[in-house]
Write a protein that binds this ligand. Structure first.
Ligand SMILES: [Cu+2]
Length: 146
């Protein structure tokens, strides 16, 4: 990733619909409250729910924690990981009732803006001890087979 907010951790996951409906990237149409931000709750209509983290152990499906990539002072980071597929599928089945990840129907999100960025009170997306600065989406893209 290039040009992300620098020196902070960036949560990233694939999001989707447990029922297999196709997830899509959000547009400004998702800014339902017209505050200029598309926050996490506003993404759910088109992108579904947070499913699998792209962190230090995706197969654990532990979403709210500090195990995600951190951008350097230029806002750059690289992320690559080998995932034990059977472990992930078992965990995915516990959460969503199927082992089928349906990657062709998922959208990858990257999150995270600097703590000192002033956000209107209308921006939601707190997850446990993490506030909207951690969960605010900064990029999204559909997964395509390579
Ligand atoms: Cu996410």
């Amino acid at each position: 990733m290039f040009d992300t907010p620098k020196n902070i951790e960036h949560w990233e996951h694939f999001h989707g619909f447990p029922d297999g409906k196709e997830a899509n990237v959000p547009t400004m149409a998702q800014d339902k409250n017209h505050d200029g931000f598309i926050d996490l709750p506003e993404t759910e209509e088109v992108s579904g729910t947070t499913m699998v983290p792209l962190d230090d152990a995706p197969q654990d499906m532990n979403i709210p924690h500090d195990g995600y990539p951190v951008a350097d002072e230029n806002g750059h980071y690289e992320y690559e990981i080998d995932i034990p597929l059977e472990k992930l599928q078992a965990k995915f089945k516990d959460a969503f009732g199927t082992e089928d990840l349906q990657l062709d129907k998922r959208v990858v999100y990257v999150h995270g803006v600097p703590k000192d960025l002033e956000l209107p009170d209308t921006v939601g997306g707190c997850v446990m001890s993490y506030d909207a600065h951690t969960t605010l989406p900064i990029a999204a893209g559909k997964i395509e087979e390579a």
